[in-house]
Design a protein around this ligand. Structure first.
Ligand SMILES: *[C@@H]1O[C@H](CO)[C@@H](O)[C@H](O)[C@H]1NC(C)=O
Ligand SMILES: *[C@@H]1O[C@H](CO)[C@@H](O)[C@H](O)[C@H]1NC(C)=O
Ligand SMILES: *[C@@H]1O[C@H](CO)[C@@H](O)[C@H](O)[C@H]1NC(C)=O
Ligand SMILES: *[C@@H]1O[C@H](CO)[C@@H](O)[C@H](O)[C@H]1NC(C)=O
Ligand SMILES: *[C@@H]1O[C@H](CO)[C@@H](O)[C@H](O)[C@H]1NC(C)=O
Ligand SMILES: *[C@@H]1O[C@H](CO)[C@@H](O)[C@H](O)[C@H]1NC(C)=O
Ligand SMILES: *[C@@H]1O[C@H](CO)[C@@H](O)[C@H](O)[C@H]1NC(C)=O
Ligand SMILES: *[C@@H]1O[C@H](CO)[C@@H](O)[C@H](O)[C@H]1NC(C)=O
Ligand SMILES: *[C@@H]1O[C@H](CO)[C@@H](O)[C@H](O)[C@H]1NC(C)=O
Ligand SMILES: *[C@@H]1O[C@H](CO)[C@@H](O)[C@H](O)[C@H]1NC(C)=O
Ligand SMILES: *[C@@H]1O[C@H](CO)[C@@H](O)[C@H](O)[C@H]1NC(C)=O
Ligand SMILES: *[C@@H]1O[C@H](CO)[C@@H](O)[C@H](O)[C@H]1NC(C)=O
Length: 714
């Protein structure tokens, strides 16, 4: 702690000596300190080219800025590709005010000399791979440090979050410690020690315990973020004394609970963002929310809240985002006048208990880009005024009781931006609009019209959706063939038409689908930025999990229809398929050898058809297969004893009277049985290892399946 033991008087004299001299170049000592820092690096990112001790003024060195007196005041070396250790020698630069070492790849920790420097006011070491504990307060340091901005975010610090450190940081204005692995509690002394604190970001750590009520003593606090930790308990009343707060954000802690007290929340009338999603809050949205006139973002999703949405929400005229998904809100939306919310971009009410019709006022929100009303009890027709929503890119109406699909689709044609349209589980027993007058949807990537019992054929207007990537038409009553234009959908990588009454043979054009043949990843983008998560209902319904997932398996599902004919040899071209389901149709003939070419296949279901002949040996090489079903056909001969097929249960093969194998009642007679191979001890142990590995894999798989009771895209 050299710098700490120098008495200030000596320091002053020292400084005066240099300031008195007319030279405005940096001192030898400063050069030495900088070169010492350079020496600590194992990778200097080319810095050595300008940091040279050959008589140049170090004020001219890359990333070094001097003050008017020629003393080093700033070291800015962000994104320079630096590796190695941060030398404490920087702290010996007595005029140094700003240090920016962000976006490098250091090893080791942050030297305490820098953090407790007597001069530095801004220290940014974010995104720099620093690890270990954050320096503890050295016991020699007793006076206040000048540090105002400390950004240690996005490193790998892993200690208990320090509490003593902040006692000497009275000048600290911004502290960003997010995205590390800090443990322990939010220190209760934090706001006692930091009267100037305006920004505190602790999110993405491992913090636990309660929110200390002393946070309310940070009277200057504008930004408070501590999401994605394990913090529990209630929002202490005192926190509402921090009336400067603009961002109050504690999402995804899981355990925060209690009700939002209307009398308290109004005190935070500067709030722009209230984010308490992903917790266990209960009760209603208080009427007084209408007094938060500046509010732009309201996130209360994934809690246990209930009651009606208060009419006063209409008074929060700056609202851009309303996220109330996965709660138990009820009643209809009629009380809220959405027409007074012209800035609204995202309205997410997924999975609540809401009912009634969609209020007309919603269609006045012309900036709306994402509207999710899925899994509620809404009914009635969607007004043609929905066509006014020119920016709408995401619309989900899934699982309500809406009627008149023709009207919805006609109205939505004028929403040119729409890219995700999910309207399944509505429109029961209506007819698929057949007409060619439906035009538009040029940007549609994902269309889901499943579980509607729709009649009619696969309509020709779908052929114009040239950007379509995912098409879900399962669980309807569609008839007729798969149209031959199907291969004009060049981006389609997921086609599910299962559980309909489709007829005819597999068209040869289906075997030419670009995305089923290509390695290009099956990803759709969701421009609304609404995380179209895969909703996973765990066995314990209070622990809903929400996964961001914009990639889906390449899948062709024709199961449970009335298709006929043979499975074309050309199916071997669809090399990129992960799931192939042709089950419960009237396919006959042999299983083509070429299916062995679908080497990425994870699920193959050919059950309940009239397939004949032997199981192709080529199937043995499908190493990724985890689900396989050829039951209830007329297959014959032995079940292959090698490769992946030998690992499936009898149920995968049952109902083929002429099939034989050790699994089945029907053992192969010795004549046909493959010769018994004499395996060495080594091979034998390999097999045992494989069996155990498989058992573990399969065991986990089963457990997972039990956990996932049902899942769908909202
Ligand atoms: C010092 O090195 C720099 C960079 O290589 C060079 O541009 C400069 O001319 C050198 N100065 C002297 C005095 O040698
Ligand atoms: C540090 O530099 C990075 C760019 O490399 C910049 O984004 C960041 O704002 C700087 N930090 C401070 C505190 O100015
Ligand atoms: C670190 O945080 C400070 C204060 O919030 C900010 O000015 C700076 O830009 C941040 N650095 C980076 C690299 O984002
Ligand atoms: C804190 O830093 C992270 C990056 O590490 C950044 O994403 C976040 O916005 C910062 N917090 C605040 C409040 O500026
Ligand atoms: C967290 O930090 C890692 C590097 O440690 C970085 O790659 C990642 O983008 C950061 N995440 C956020 C949310 O800032
Ligand atoms: C913290 O705030 C409370 C009121 O919320 C006050 O009673 C207490 O004295 C404050 N503590 C300090 C140390 O300022
Ligand atoms: C959800 O809230 C209801 C009251 O509205 C309560 O009975 C129930 O226990 C709460 N559930 C959880 C998981 O907190
Ligand atoms: C909105 O605020 C005004 C006062 O500014 C009040 O008269 C009106 O009743 C409020 N509206 C609602 C719906 O609460
Ligand atoms: C949701 O609220 C309704 C009342 O509107 C209540 O009957 C029901 O039990 C609640 N469901 C849950 C899961 O709390
Ligand atoms: C839509 O948002 C923009 C800013 O993104 C704003 O200028 C405009 O006024 C909004 N539209 C309406 C109808 O308020
Ligand atoms: C659906 O809406 C259209 C257009 O408003 C209307 O002409 C038609 O009669 C409606 N269909 C049904 C079944 O109500
Ligand atoms: C697999 O594909 C290759 C060409 O990619 C072809 O030569 C081979 O015959 C195919 N195998 C089967 C079993 O169809």
């Amino acid at each position: 702690m050299r710098f700490l033991t120098v008495p200030p008087v000596v320091l002053h004299l020292f400084l005066l000596l240099f300031l008195a001299s007319p030279a405005t170049a940096c001192t030898k000592q400063e050069k030495r300190n900088l070169l010492q820092f350079l020496a600590g690096l194992s990778q200097d990112g080319g810095l050595a080219a300008s940091w040279r001790d050959n008589g140049t003024d170090c004020c001219e060195w890359e990333g070094v800025v001097c003050n008017g007196d020629g003393a080093v005041a700033e070291v800015s070396l962000g994104s320079k590709g630096l590796e190695g250790r941060i030398s404490p020698s920087l702290a010996d630069l007595t005029s140094l005010l700003h240090v920016n070492l962000s976006y490098n790849s250091f090893s080791g920790g942050l030297p305490p000399e820098l953090m407790f420097s007597g001069s530095i006011i801004v220290l940014d070491v974010s995104f720099s791979r620093l690890n270990g504990p954050l320096p503890e307060l050295p016991y020699l340091v007793t006076t206040d440090r000048p540090l105002q901005v400390l950004n240690i975010s996005s490193n790998q610090f892993s200690s208990e979050f320090p509490s003593a450190t902040w006692k000497v940081m009275k000048n600290l204005i911004a502290l960003n410690a997010s995205n590390n692995s800090f443990t322990g509690h939010i220190p209760s002394s934090l706001c006692i020690g930091l009267p100037s604190l305006a920004l505190l970001d602790l999110c993405y750590n491992q913090l636990s315990g309660d929110i200390p009520n002393t946070l309310g003593n940070c009277s200057k606090l504008k930004v408070l973020k501590a999401g994605n930790n394990h913090i529990s308990g209630i929002l202490p009343v005192e926190i509402f004394h921090a009336t400067s707060l603009e961002y109050l954000s504690f999402p995804n802690n899981g355990g925060l609970q209690g009700e939002l007290d209307g009398a308290h929340i109004v005190k935070l009338n500067n709030l722009l963002t209230l984010d308490l999603g992903g917790n266990s809050f209960s009760g209603t949205i208080p009427e007084s929310i209408g007094q938060l006139r500046r509010l732009e973002e309201l996130h209360l999703g994934s809690n246990n809240m209930s009651g009606e949405l208060p009419s006063t929400m209409s008074n929060c005229t700056n609202l851009k985002t309303i996220d109330l998904k996965i709660n138990n809100f009820s009643g209809n939306l009629g009380k809220v006048n959405f027409a007074t919310l012209p800035n609204l971009k995202t309205l997410d009410l997924m999975k609540n208990n809401l009912s009634g019709i969609i209020p007309e006022s919603i269609y006045s929100c012309s900036n709306l880009t994402a509207l999710r009303l899925s899994i509620n009890h809404f009914h009635g027709e969607i007004s043609t005024r929905i066509g006014n929503l020119k920016h709408l890119s995401f619309l989900s109406l899934t699982e309500n009781s809406f009627t008149n699909i023709t009207k919805v689709l006609h109205a939505l044609q004028s929403c040119r931006s729409i890219s995700v349209l999910l309207i399944g589980k509505n429109f029961m027993n209506e007819a698929m609009p057949p007409d060619e007058t439906i035009d538009g949807f040029q940007n549609l990537q994902y269309l889901a019209v499943h579980h509607c019992s729709l009649t009619g054929r696969i309509p020709i207007w779908l052929s114009k959706l040239t950007n379509l990537k995912i098409l879900d038409l399962f669980n309807n009553r569609l008839t007729g063939p798969i149209p031959s234009w199907i291969n004009s959908l060049n981006h389609l990588f997921h086609l599910d038409v299962s559980n309909n009454s489709l007829t005819g043979e597999i068209p040869i054009t289906l075997m030419q689908m670009t995305m089923f043949k290509s390695d290009k990843a099956g990803i759709y983008s969701d421009p609304s930025l609404l995380d179209l998560g895969l909703l996973i209902y765990a066995a314990d319904p209070s622990k809903l999990q929400y996964r961001i997932n914009s990639a889906r398996a390449k899948e062709l599902n024709l199961g449970n229809n009335k298709f006929t004919g043979v499975i074309p040899q050309e199916i071997g071209q669809l090399k990129a398929l992960l799931y192939l389901n042709l089950s419960s149709n009237n396919f006959y003939g042999e299983i083509p050898q070429s299916i062995g070419n679908l080497t990425d296949l994870q699920k193959l279901d050919l059950s309940n058809n009239h397939l004949t002949g032997e199981i192709p040996a080529a199937l043995e090489i499908l190493h990724f297969l985890s689900e396989f079903n050829i039951s209830n056909n007329n297959l014959e001969g032995p079940i292959p004893t090698k490769g992946q097929l030998s690992t499936f249960q009898a149920s995968s093969f049952n109902g083929n009277p002429k099939l034989c194998g050790s699994l089945l009642i029907n053992h192969c007679d010795s004549v046909e049985a493959p010769p018994i191979s004499i395996i060495s001890a080594k091979q034998c142990s390999n097999k045992v290892t494989f069996a155990i590995a498989f058992g573990v894999f399969f065991g986990v798989g089963v457990l997972y399946d039990q956990l996932v009771l049902f899942r769908y895209f909202g």
